[in-house]
Each structure stands twice: as C-alpha cells, then as structure tokens.
Design a protein around this ligand. Structure first.
Ligand code: F6P
Length: 330
C-alpha cells in the first residue's frame, strides 16, 4: 500500500533561472488541487538541513509567474554532500511531516535528490538551468529567456559595431556547455562562435572567419564566446595581435540569469511543475520531469543522471553557410 502524500516540500537549487518561480507556482497550485499541503524550503538543500522553510498557500505564489529569480532563494550546499548533512535533511522532513520533495535545479541538485531518495524521502526533479545542459531533457527551464536576453544585448551591440565598423567579442554564459552560445550565435548571425566542446584554434576559428567575412564585404564582426571556451579579453587580444583591429569586449555575465521569463519558459515551467506533483500520485517519484522529443516524461533519477546531451555540432555548418560566406545585404 503506497503511503499517501499529504505534504510536500519544494525547493530551488543551484544557479537560478528565469521560470523557477513559474514552476514553484505550478507545484503549489497543483498540490492544492490534490489536497496536498506545500512547504517552501528556502536556499535549496541547505535550507532542508537548517529547517529554513515557509508554508506556501495558493495565495503565496500569486504574482510570481512573471518574475525572474526564485522567491525561495537558492544556494549550493557542500554540507548536503555529506551523509551527516543528509541525515539532518531527513530529520527536517520528519519534523515537518514532509512526504516528498520537488527539487528544481540542475544536475547537482538531482545528485543530491538521488541520495535523499535512497534515505527514504521521495523526490521529483524539475530541470532548470540557463545552460540547458542537463543530459536527460531536451529543454531546461530558463534557457529560452537567457537566449533572448543575450540576443537583445548582441543586437544592440551590432548597431554600434556597424556604425564604427568594429569587431565585438561577446562572452556569454556556459561554463561547461555551448548550447547557449551556439543557439545565440546562429540567432544573431555571428561571425564566429566558440564553445567548450570544440578545442579552440584561434587562427581557424576566429582569425580566418573574420578575414572571410571581410572579403565577403562586411566591415563589422561579432564573435560570440562561451565562458567555458575562453575569455573574451584573450580572444580580443589575439585578434588585435593578428589582424591589427581593436575589438570591443562585452561580458554579458549574470544579466543572462535574470529577467521576466519568456512565454516558452513560463509555459514549460508550469507544465513541469504540474507533472512533478502528479508524479507523486502516480507512483512516479524519484524521477526527473523531462522533455523528450516534445513530450513530458518522468525518468528515474539514477537513469537520468547517466544520460548525456551533446551539442549539435552540425549547426556550425548552418551558421557558416547562412552567415559568414553570405554577402551583406546591399
Ligand atoms: O549554471 C548556470 C550558470 O549560469 C553558468 O552558465 C555559469 O558559469 C554559472 O552558473 C555561474 O555561477 P555563479 O552564479 O555561482 O557565479
């Protein structure tokens, strides 16, 4: 006889992402519809250890759908990586009568979720990171909003680079993955895109691309670099040394992590939060709510953590064919 779920906790963990609040809202409202109470755990797994919580009623999550960030705060917890830390977390669940946890975050969040589930606390993960590099899902909450933010910034940069016939080197987020850089690079028609997945050959990947673009008639150049592929200032110095132009550097940094979530992130986060709560009622706990080929599915956490997602390197061909070799508009 499956234990009835009367009360769940919800937390946000790791780097924040636009849409996390939309997911929290959906969790609370779906739980309410099923007669399940909701406890908001503040500051991720750290909050579960320290017992930092607030009761979340349906009214508690009004007017947060449109807000970036997370009302529950987020943090990374070293203590939760220890058995002692996780024992404290289990004690908090027992103290508060929490029957299950919805954990919104990235791979690190799900590794913690797996350990907690092995200690008897059912967990359902919801993928959220602007890097979009979680292996089990085609899409993670926050990616679309972060891309739109970066695209808007780079479009503005292109205006002034065009006026002054300059080269812009833009560093975007993506410590370990180039999904954001490549997607944005294609969307802005970048001259070159540098990602962590591709060993950097400055001559081939940057200098020659600028020369090709110049020969094609362009007089301004947009270089998008993921932070995990290199530092924008180093790329700019190499361009200066090799070509003699004086690039301007922009590091977009944490601006990509904020802002009101896009339509895609609001809708995706709402559906994922809804299905995360339903998972407890359908005996699908200890899973991650994923998008696979457009459909939402629950994948067991252990299996989900083994899955890998590789960058669509064929899109470089598209970037080059449609962008650099084409002559600029008359
Ligand atoms: O994981 C998302 C992310 O934004 C990465 O792209 C970035 O490198 C990292 O978080 C930054 O972490 P922090 O906010 O702790 O500086």
């Amino acid at each position: 006889m499956e234990k009835k779920i009367d009360r769940i906790g919800v937390l946000t963990s790791g780097g924040d992402a636009p849409g996390m609040n939309a997911a929290v809202r959906a969790v609370v409202r779906t739980a309410q519809s099923m007669g399940i109470e909701c406890i908001g755990i503040r500051r991720g797994w750290h909050g579960l250890i320290s017992g930092d919580f607030e009761v979340l009623k349906p009214g508690s999550v009004s007017h947060i759908l449109t807000r970036g960030g997370t009302i529950l705060y987020t943090a990374r917890s070293e203590e939760f990586k220890t058995k002692e830390g996780r024992k404290k977390a289990v004690a908090t669940c027992k103290m508060l009568g929490i029957d299950g946890i919805v954990a919104i975050g990235g791979d690190g969040t799900f590794r913690g979720a797996l350990e907690l589930s092995r200690m008897g606390i059912p967990v359902v993960g919801v993928p959220a990171t602007i890097d979009n590099d979680i292996g089990c899902t085609n899409y993670s909450i926050g990616f679309d909003t972060a891309c739109n933010t970066a695209i808007d910034c780079i479009d503005k940069l292109r205006d002034t680079m065009q006026s002054h016939e300059r080269c812009s080197v833009i560093e975007v987020m993506g410590r370990d993955a180039g999904f954001l850089a490549l997607y944005v690079g294609i969307a802005v028609g970048a001259t070159a895109v540098l990602v962590p997945e591709k060993k950097l050959n400055i001559e081939e990947d940057v200098i020659e691309k600028i020369r090709d673009s110049r020969i094609a008639g362009n007089t301004h150049f947009m270089i998008v670099v993921a932070e995990g592929a290199g530092k924008a200032y180093d790329i700019a110095a190499a361009i200066r040394d090799e070509i003699g132009i004086d690039p301007r550097v922009t590091v977009l940094g944490h601006i990509q992590r904020g802002g009101s979530p896009s339509a895609r992130d609001r809708e995706t986060a709402t559906r994922m939060g809804y299905y995360a709560v339903k998972a407890f009622a359908e005996e699908k706990e200890n899973t991650v709510i994923c998008i696979q080929n457009g459909a939402i599915t629950a994948i067991p956490i252990e299996e989900a953590l083994k899955m890998k997602r590789s960058l669509q390197m064929d899109r470089y061909e598209i970037l080059e064919t449609v962008g650099i070799k084409a002559f600029p508009e008359d």
